[in-house]
Write a protein that binds this ligand. Structure first.
Ligand code: S3P
Length: 752
């Protein structure tokens, strides 16, 4: 029996959402009794029969005397009816009873609450489950409707946090029914929902109505097929519910409708002119965006409320890798472009004056999220096409306020660097991310930005969304970084571009210096003296061309593949070998790997070489701590090398690995031990007794691209099949990984 989180739950409104909530809570057994409130006794009887509730009352007034601080009222009536229920709550309920709601618009509910109560009441936690179905009414309730869906809570008062019993209870109930709880402001919620949900419902209703009333075609639907059905599925939703939403969120919906109408006119004109370039580029762009959306959703456990059947099947069809054991690698390949440099090329290219051409750009989801963010801020960016991007820079002060929150997907680098440059803008902005990014620490950038006088809001625990206020200009500071992080260093330097005076950062150990190098490449004066980097605000960036080298972090998977399998001889072409990134080469060499750097040269301010790796037996080592920041992204695959080596490998001083896309210490140790290795996680590293035969088995990636690719490499020295679950996030950093792996000799099958 699950522990009881609440004694009685009173559900006001037992339609789809109220009924599903009641059934879900019942399924997981976290309350003693569920009571429905429904004045219409016919509906009440019907709901009683579906088993959603234990008993009924005709009004909240009747129930109020039996409710106290152990109980919760869940308001699940149409948006514009919430105020009537709130009036009853105010009149009859004790302030100790927790109240929450599920209305799709939060601003109107907040307004009603303040009007009724005088002040926003502490006991009311506003919420919105992003889940639903076009079915409505009593009996449509499903006990799994919220599982793996997001629920957004918009706590209004500073006191409504993890310390508030009402907030804790509401959050715990949603989590108990399998939902993922996010928090954001009322404003952010209403704006985001207007674009992603309310607009598409308005369009679906309008399209069906337009066609149904076309005076020239009265039997038009006789000829409609799958496309029409898919596009208009949501027009079967409850008209009353959507009517309420449109009225309650009118301002934001009108903004979205206006934008859409404007763009529709452009398309109309292009069609009239038979302007095939415009039509084709619009359709291609839209297709790409939709596919990126489907991919990012399939890598999240959450689904949106309005998923089509096709989306739903794409989401349930997660990508898994199945690897046959054994083999070796050979040949000569070039892996995609460096992720860190790709992000920075878009950022600095956008802020520069003039046109920047980028080649070798990584067309992975992370860098594409950065590219999209700048498009959302009005920068004209062409491409990427085969790694080529043209950025029409707008200058340091030319960005426009984005209409919506900027979605950084899975990318910590994008979010942290963007935070710095957004701190210098005069507009407010919000940065959001996927499930994995939403759990990562942003306090590390919020803190120095706050020292610079910038107002930055985070969620509890310093997690995203990040809300950056444009009301104050950053002030120059000196920041002594508590951790070795290139992202934090870059964030402060980018904010420093906008400050009056000189901003400097010292780092406890050297970290990648791509920001400093690229700033210099764009003509900005950046000084590096020892561990201190300094720049003075108020300058300008001048467009420059950028050739992005192949990513050493992506190359590392193949370097280790060759280093651990007898018979291997592999060359990785045109790899960036910036001294702040070569920890993987240094560590592998110390373990005994046979690595040769060929054709060393400098390209666009970054050193580059072809890297040849031939098999040689590896031995365990104590990894020097000074190499940790220089190999920070390569440890997952270095752990595979350690498992194959003779003797013990010890890593320490790498606690940062616990806050990457997953807790890479725990997740790698679990995966290694699952396939027969001997790995012991420590708070800041790992001890691996190498040389034990690796068997096979199932690996969970925890949505982490590098975990997936590391275990694909491990298959080379395994004796049985390895199945790696949930590999869709590989597309964030290494699109085409499986094809290249196959090409060099890894026996990988992609199942979706
Ligand atoms: C990066 C810095 C590193 C690294 C990340 C990319 C960058 O993060 O792990 O993949 O591009 O600046 P930290 O700054 O958190 O060490």
């Amino acid at each position: 029996m699950s522990p009881k989180l609440v004694r009685k739950i009173v559900v006001v409104g037992v339609g789809l959402i109220g009924g599903s909530f009641a059934k879900s809570v019942k399924r997981v057994g976290v309350c003693e009794e569920i009571i429905g409130v429904e004045a219409n006794t016919n509906l009440a009887q019907k709901a009683l029969k579906t088993g959603a509730v234990d008993r009924f009352a005709v009004s909240l007034e009747i129930l109020a005397p039996e409710l106290d601080e152990r109980d919760l009222v869940f308001i699940a009536v149409p948006t514009l009816s919430v105020n009537t229920v709130l009036k009853d709550c105010h009149r009859y309920l004790s302030p100790s009873v927790t109240i929450t709601d599920a209305a799709s618009v939060k601003g109107s509910v907040r307004e009603a609450a303040v009007e009724i109560y005088g002040n926003f009441p502490e006991q009311l936690i506003l919420g919105h489950p992003i889940a639903g179905s076009e079915k409505s009414g009593v009996g449509a309730g499903l006990d799994t409707l919220f599982a793996h869906h997001k629920v957004i809570l918009t706590p209004e008062l500073a006191s409504q946090s993890e310390q508030s019993p009402s907030f804790v209870r509401v959050k715990a109930l949603w989590e108990a029914v399998g939902a993922q709880v996010l928090t954001m402001s009322v404003e952010a919620h209403d704006q985001v929902l207007a674009s992603t949900s309310h607009l598409s419902h308005a369009l679906a209703y309008s399209l069906v109505d337009t066609l149904a009333n076309d005076p020239d075609h009265d039997d038009i639907f006789n000829y409609a097929a799958g496309g029409f059905r898919d596009f208009t599925r949501i027009a079967s939703s409850s008209p009353k519910m959507w009517h309420d939403i449109m009225c309650a969120n009118s301002e934001a919906v009108v903004r979205s409708l206006d934008l859409f109408t404007k763009n529709l006119h452009l398309l109309r004109d292009a069609v009239e002119r038979r302007d095939s370039d415009t039509i084709m580029s619009l359709f291609c762009r839209a297709k790409e965006s939709r596919e990126a959306f489907l991919r990012s959703h399939s890598s999240n456990s959450s689904q949106s409320s309005t998923t089509t059947q096709e989306q739903e099947s794409s989401m349930s069809n997660k990508i898994n890798y199945v690897l046959k054991p054994g083999g070796f690698v050979s040949g000569s390949i070039r892996v995609p472009g460096d992720k860190s440099i790709s992000h920075r090329s878009i950022m600095l290219g956008s802020l520069a004056e003039g046109v920047t051409h980028v080649t070798g750009f990584l067309e992975g989801e992370d860098a594409l999220a950065t590219l999209q963010a700048f498009k959302d801020m009005g920068v004209n960016i062409e491409g990427p096409t085969n790694g080529e991007v043209t950025i029409h820079g707008v200058g340091l002060h030319g960005l426009k306020a984005p209409k919506n929150a900027l979605d950084m997907g899975n990318s910590g680098t994008a979010m942290r660097l963007m935070a710095g440059l957004l701190a210098g803008q005069e507009f407010d902005s919000t940065l959001i991310g996927d499930v994995s990014l939403s759990k990562r620490p942003m306090g590390r950038v919020a803190k120095p930005l706050a020292e610079m006088g910038v107002k930055v809001g985070t969620e509890e625990g310093g997690c995203p969304p990040l809300r950056i206020s444009g009301s104050t200009k950053p002030q120059a500071i000196h920041y002594d970084m508590p951790m070795a992080s290139a992202q934090v260093k870059s964030c402060v330097l980018l904010a420093g571009l906008y400050a009056d005076g000189t901003t400097s950062v010292t780092e406890p150990a050297p970290t990648r210096d791509h920001t400093e190098r690229m700033l210099r490449g764009f003509g900005y004066d950046v000084k590096t003296e020892g561990n201190k980097v300094t720049l003075t605000g108020g300058g300008k960036l001048t467009a420059a061309n950028i050739e992005v080298p192949a990513d050493i972090s992506s190359s590392a998977f193949f370097m280790v593949a060759a280093a651990i399998t007898p018979g291997s001889n592999l060359t990785l072409q045109h790899v960036g070998i910036n001294p702040t990134r070569v920890g993987v080469i240094n560590i592998l060499r110390e373990m005994g790997a046979n690595i040769t750097l060929l054709n060393e040269r400098e390209v666009g301010g970054e050193p580059v070489a072809d890297i040849q790796v031939q098999y040689a037996p590896l031995k365990g080592i104590h990894i020097p701590e000074d190499q940790v920041p220089l190999a920070i992204d390569e440890f997952p695959v270095l752990f595979i090398a350690a498992a194959s080596a003779d003797g013990t490998t010890i890593l320490s001083g790498a606690e940062e690995l616990r806050v990457k896309e997953s807790d890479r210490i725990q997740v790698m140790a679990d995966g290694l031990n699952a396939i027969g290795a001997d790995a012991t996680p420590t708070p800041d590293g790992m001890v691996i007794n190498g040389g034990k035969p690796l068997l096979g088995g199932d690996i969970q990636t925890h949505h982490d691209h590098r975990i997936a690719m590391s275990f694909a490499v491990a298959s080379l020295i395994a004796t049985e099949e390895i199945r790696i679950h949930d590999c869709a996030t590989v597309a964030t950093s290494f699109p085409g990984f499986a094809e290249l792996a196959k090409q060099v000799g890894i026996s990988i099958e992609v199942q979706s």
